[in-house]
Write a protein that binds this ligand. Structure first.
Ligand code: UD1
Ligand code: CA
Length: 465
C-alpha cells in the first residue's frame, strides 16, 4: 500500500449489489473476468493502489459465491450486505456500519467498471474541495441511460439528473456521470441520510448527494475521463468490450516496455503477465494467468502459456503449450507440439518436437528427442521423472515415472524406460531387430502373381480387395 504522508486517510466502497440479470449467468456479474481477473478483484486492486486502508464491497443477499469471493478479496470485515437493493445511495448506506468511526476520504467505486485507472481516481482526490465532493464525468458517444451532469456557472456540478427523470433539455447534455466519486466520509454519510426516493424508479439515488451537498455548502468538482476507461459491464457484449479495451491497453504497455509484438492484435495478455524487454512475440499467442517471460526470449506463433516462467533467450514454439508449474532457465528450447507441465528445465535443455514433459526435472543441456513422453500418471498418483545433465533421450522414449535417467546417459529410440539409467549408461528397452534377406522380394513376387491369376486371397479371405 503506497504511503502518503500528510494526507487524509482513505477508504473505498465498492458497489456490487446489483442483480446483473443481463449477463444471463449463474455466476454473479462481478465474478466474471477481464484479463483473467474478476471484475470485483479489479475494483479491490484499484482501491489498494489508491492507498485505501479500508475497503468494503456492498453485495446483495443470497449470493454465497459472491460473499466468498468478496471475503477472499477484502477480508470478512470488507463485506456489507444490502438487502433488498434499493438504489445506489442505499448501497452506500449499507456500508456505513462497516466504516463506523472512519475519518477521511471515501472513494465510491463501481464493481462492474474494471478499467478505471488509479491515476484517474487520484485526480479525483486532488480535485476535491475541502470537505467537498468530486466525481468522474465522461462524454459517451451514446449517452442513453446515464445520469447527466448539470453544471453551475462556476463550472462545478450543481446536480445530477438521471435520464429517466430528465427533461428533454437536460437530456441534451453530453457530459455524463461515470459513477466513481470521492467525498469526505462525514459529509458523504450525512448527505446520504438526506436522500429520498421520490423519482421515477422509486430508488435512493447516490447522485442526489450532489444537489443536496450544494444546498449544504459543499461544492462538487468533476474530472473527465475517457469513455473506454469508465466502461461498465452489464452484458456479455460489454464484457467483451471491456476485455478488448484491456487487451489494447496491455499490448500498448508491452510494446512501450520494449517487447516486439509482430501482430499485436493477435496476442492476448492477462492482468499479471510480465514480459521483459527484447522479447519477440510472433502472432497468435495467449498468455494466461501468472506468466513471466525473461529478456530476449522468442515466442514463435501459436503458443499457449499458464503459470509459467520462460527464461532469458529461450526459444519457444511454434505450437507449444505450457501448463502450470513450467519453469525454464536460460536458453532452453521447447519446439513445436511440445506440452510442458509442472517441470523444470535447466539452462540449455531442449525438447524440440512432439513431446509431453510433465512432472519432470530436466538437467542442463539435456536433449529430449521427438515423441518423448513422460508417463507421469498411473490413474491414482503423479510421479516425477528426473533427467540428468547432458542426457540424450532418444526419440519415442516413454519414461515411466518415477524414473531417473542419469547425467550423460542415453536412452535408445523407442524404449520404454521403467528402471533408472545410471550416469553415462545406455538404457535400451525394445525388441531386437531381425533382418531376413530377400524376404520382401519373394513376398512381392508371390502376391503379384496371385493378383494376376485372380486367385482368392487365402491368408485373409474376409478382407475386401
Ligand atoms: C448509475 C448512476 C448514473 C451513472 C451510471 C454510470 C445512480 C442513481 N445513477 O446508474 O448517474 O451515469 O451509474 O454507469 O447512481 N448497485 C447496488 N445496489 C443498488 C443498486 C445498484 O449495489 O441498490 C450497484 C450496482 O451493482 C452497480 C452500481 O451500483 O455496480 C450502479 O448501479 P446501476 O443500477 O447499474 O446504476 P445505473 O442505473 O447504471
Ligand atoms: Ca449501470
Amino acid at each position: 500500500m503506497p504511503i502518503r504522508p500528510n494526507m487524509a486517510r482513505r477508504a473505498a466502497i465498492i458497489l456490487a449489489a446489483g442483480a446483473g440479470t443481463r449477463m444471463k449467468s449463474d455466476l454473479p456479474k462481478v465474478l466474471h473476468a477481464v484479463g483473467g481477473r474478476a471484475l470485483l478483484d479489479w475494483a479491490a486492486a484499484t482501491a489498494s493502489a489508491l492507498g485505501c486502508e479500508r475497503r468494503v464491497a456492498v453485495i446483495g443477499a443470497g449470493a454465497p459465491a459472491l460473499r466468498e469471493a468478496a471475503e477472499k478479496a477484502l477480508g470478512p470485515e470488507g463485506v456489507a450486505v444490502q438487502d433488498p437493493p434499493r438504489g445506489t445511495a442505499d448501497a452506500v448506506k449499507s456500508a456505513a456500519a462497516v466504516l463506523a468511526g472512519f475519518e477521511g476520504d471515501v472513494a465510491i467505486l463501481y464493481g462492474d467498471a474494471p478499467l478505471v485507472r488509479p491515476e484517474t481516481l487520484e485526480a479525483l482526490f486532488a480535485r476535491r474541495a475541502p470537505k467537498g465532493i468530486s466525481l468522474l464525468g465522461f462524454r459517451p458517444k451514446n449517452p442513453a441511460g446515464y445520469g447527466r451532469l448539470i453544471l453551475a456557472d462556476d463550472g462545478s456540478v450543481a446536480r445530477i439528473v438521471e435520464e429517466r427523470d430528465a427533461t428533454d433539455q437536460e437530456r441534451k447534455v453530453g457530459l455524463c456521470n461515470a459513477g466513481p466519486l470521492v467525498a469526505d466520509a462525514k459529509t458523504l454519510f450525512q448527505l446520504i441520510s438526506m436522500v429520498g426516493n421520490t423519482n421515477k424508479k422509486g430508488e435512493f439515488y447516490l447522485t442526489d448527494v450532489i444537489g443536496l451537498g450544494r444546498s449544504a455548502g459543499f461544492l462538487t468538482h468533476v474530472v473527465e475521463a475517457d469513455e473506454t476507461e469508465v466502461l461498465g459491464v452489464n452484458s456479455r457484449a460489454e464484457l467483451a468490450e471491456a476485455e478488448a479495451a484491456f487487451q489494447t491497453r496491455a499490448r500498448q504497455a508491452a510494446m512501450e516496455a520494449g517487447v516486439t509484438l509482430i501482430d499485436p492484435a493477435t496476442v492476448y495478455f492477462s492482468h499479471d503477465t510480465l514480459i521483459e524487454p527484447d522479447v519477440i512475440v510472433e502472432p497468435n499467442v495467449f498468455f494466461g494467468l501468472g506468466v513471466t517471460v525473461r529478456r530476449g526470449a522468442r515466442i514463435h506463433a501459436f503458443c499457449h502459456f499458464e503459470r509459467t516462467e520462460i527464461g532469458e533467450r529461450c526459444e519457444i514454439g511454434p505450437f507449444a503449450r505450457f501448463r502450470p508449474g513450467a519453469k525454464l532457465a536460460k536458453k532452453v528450447k521447447v519446439g513445436n507440439f511440445v506440452e510442458v507441465k509442472n517441470s523444470v528445465f535447466a539452462e540449455g535443455a531442449k525438447a524440440s518436437h512432439l513431446s509431453y514433459i510433465g512432472d519432470a526435472d530436466v538437467g542442463a543441456r539435456a536433449n529430449i528427442g521427438a515423441g518423448t513422453i513422460t508417463c507421469n500418471y498411473d490413474g491414482f498418483f503423479k510421479d516425477r521423472t528426473v533427467i540428468g545433465e547432458d542426457a540424450f533421450i532418444g526419440s519415442d522414449t516413454a519414461l515411466v515415472a518415477p524414473v531417473k535417467v542419469g547425467a550423460r546417459a542415453n536412452t535408445a529410440a523407442g524404449s520404454v524406460i521403467v528402471e533408472d539409467v545410471p550416469d553415462g549408461a545406455l538404457g535400451i528397452a525394445r525388441g531386437r531387430q531381425a533382418v531376413i534377406d530377400g524376404w520382401a522380394d519373394r513376398y512381392r513376387a508371390r502376391r503379384a502373381a496371385e493378383k494376376a491369376a485372380k486367385v482368392p486371397r487365402k491368408d485373409n479371405a474376409k478382407e475386401s480387395e
